[in-house]
Design a binder for this molecule. Structure first.
Ligand SMILES: NC(=O)C1=CN([C@@H]2O[C@H](COP(=O)(O)OP(=O)(O)OC[C@H]3O[C@@H](n4cnc5c(N)ncnc54)[C@H](OP(=O)(O)O)[C@@H]3O)[C@@H](O)[C@H]2O)C=CC1
Ligand SMILES: CC(=O)[C@@H](O)[C@H](O)COP(=O)(O)O
Ligand SMILES: [Mn+2]
Length: 428
């Protein structure tokens, strides 16, 4: 059964799942996941490799795709011996070959090497892998994920931008090819875990928890003077730069609302956000009878990543166990929609649907990037995204194909650059 429909009945009984898990743990049922890892040198990528390192009898790396971090990729190739590896640009291949030779590998021991978009697609659709972990950042993950679905790979989805931009194409494609898309994003993993065993129609509401990001304790008046370094200080999670800035604007939570809509089919009126500064409850689901079920754990991405590649099994790990008494208090407060306008922009884009979420996502990626490059201020981020969404209204496409989504994504970035230029003229 496709995970996208999993709010419905589970395929297995509790007894059969338990038995299967015991066999899997003993390695007797042939359980061995063959992974292709996109974004292997990033935060998601390196944590996925920690899992593989701890459980080599259960997980094997078939392909690695990285961007420009050649030294780390070379180390990963030597350690995990993938059949293929890809770098962000063809020009980096000589450097990778040289590094591998320096590390003692003969040419005959090199994996098949590839580069650029074609390389990521080759990794994502490698014949020998069964599961693709999408740890690449941004809309660059969309096309490789689509190709992986067409090859009937299970998708362990960290790259949320794939669904935000490509939901109208990706969700029907998963259904068409009977592909499971298992969430690795911590909130959606929590929801997915809470939904195990829910009968069809039992889900009433999703409650996404939010840390509140880098500025949760800053007064709104101080936001005009925040620096990039301030925005990169996440209170609870160590993550890549793009998602950390998205957390600081709370656009990350807005993106996660749309991700939840596409993964679990909930109406936007049935997806709420609550700020939970400790990041111990990773999200909750409310059943029709108002019972609320939560998933708890330390702020450690290895747990949701592990579940995304081992579902429905539960693998025994050596991780530090949760100790609620040492935490003392779990607290909650409402998300401030005035301080964080990105939340309402995301709900509005999601409710509009069609290509509007691709426009918003492309605009956000570009705004996030030029904020990190010092071109616009923190407060300009929602302004330029709103300008792109407003401009996209006249071209909204409610039944887009993949190439329409790719075009809107590219257009939204240029639209942000135009809006940023106008802002700098006003400011000058
Ligand atoms: N980090 C986290 O805890 C979480 C992340 N996510 C999502 O997971 C995704 C990855 O995030 P995160 O790991 O933090 O990001 P990072 O910035 O840490 O890592 C990004 C990875 O993508 C690679 N990459 C970037 N651009 C390209 C490209 N054009 N071609 C090939 N590879 C490329 C980078 O390669 P290189 O470094 O070699 O250049 C790196 O391996 C994002 O979509 C994020 O929203 C979701 C939940 C939690
Ligand atoms: C780890 C993870 O899933 C991130 O998306 C994290 O949740 C970001 O934290 P906030 O967006 O809640 O600040
Ligand atoms: Mn998350």
């Amino acid at each position: 059964m496709a995970a996208l429909e999993f709010a419905g009945a589970p395929v297995n009984t509790v007894e059969s799942l338990t038995r299967t898990t015991e066999l899997a743990l003993e390695g007797k049922d042939g359980f061995k996941k063959k992974l292709s890892l996109l974004g292997s040198t990033g935060s998601i990528g390196t944590q996925t490799l920690e899992i593989v390192e701890e459980k080599p009898e259960l997980f094997e790396i078939v392909a690695l795709a990285a961007g420009g971090n050649i030294d780390l990729l070379a180390e990963q190739i030597v350690k995990f011996k993938p059949k293929m590896a890809s770098v962000g640009d063809e020009k980096l291949l000589p450097q990778l070959r040289a590094r591998l030779s320096e590390m003692g590998l003969k040419e005959s021991q090199f994996p098949e090497l590839a580069a650029g978009q074609a390389g990521i697609v080759a990794a994502a659709s490698h014949d020998d892998c069964d599961t693709v972990v999408t740890g690449i950042v941004g809309c660059a993950g969309l096309l490789p994920t689509v190709e992986a679905i067409k090859k009937r790979k299970t998708i362990a989805l960290a790259n949320k931008e794939t669904l935000i931009a490509g939901g109208p194409v990706v969700v029907p494609l998963c259904r068409e090819y009977g592909v499971d898309m298992i969430p690795a994003d911590s909130e959606h993993s929590a929801i997915f875990q809470c939904l195990q065993g829910f009968p069809p129609g039992a889900l009433r509401r999703i409650i996404l928890t939010a840390s509140g990001g880098a500025f949760r304790d800053w007064p709104i008046e101080d936001l005009a003077k925040v620096t990039v370094a301030d925005a990169l200080k996440h209170p609870n999670w160590a993550m890549g730069a793009k998602i950390t800035v998205d957390s600081a604007t709370m656009m990350n939570k807005g993106l996660e609302v749309i991700e939840a809509h596409y993964l679990f089919g909930s109406d936007y009126n049935d997806i709420d956000i609550v700020v939970h500064p400790q990041s111990i409850i990773h999200s909750m689901v409310e059943a029709q009878d108002t019972s609320v079920i939560a998933q708890l754990g330390w702020a450690d991405m290895r747990l949701p990543l592990l579940y995304s590649i081992s579902w429905p099994h539960r693998i025994r790990m050596s991780y530090k166990q949760l100790d609620l008494a040492s935490i003392g208090q779990l607290t909650f407060k409402e998300a401030d929609r005035v301080k964080y306008p990105c939340i309402d922009l995301a709900y509005a884009a999601g409710r509009t649907g069609g290509t509007m979420t691709a426009a918003m996502n492309g605009a956000n990626e570009r705004a996030n990037e030029i904020f990190r490059n010092g071109v616009i201020s923190y407060l300009d981020i929602p302004r330029v995204i709103e300008a792109a969404m407003e401009a996209h209204k006249k071209d909204l496409n409610m039944a887009p194909r993949l190439d329409d989504i790719v075009s809107v994504d590219a257009w939204a970035r240029t639209c942000v650059d135009d809006a940023a230029r106008k802002l700098s003229v006003v400011l000058a």
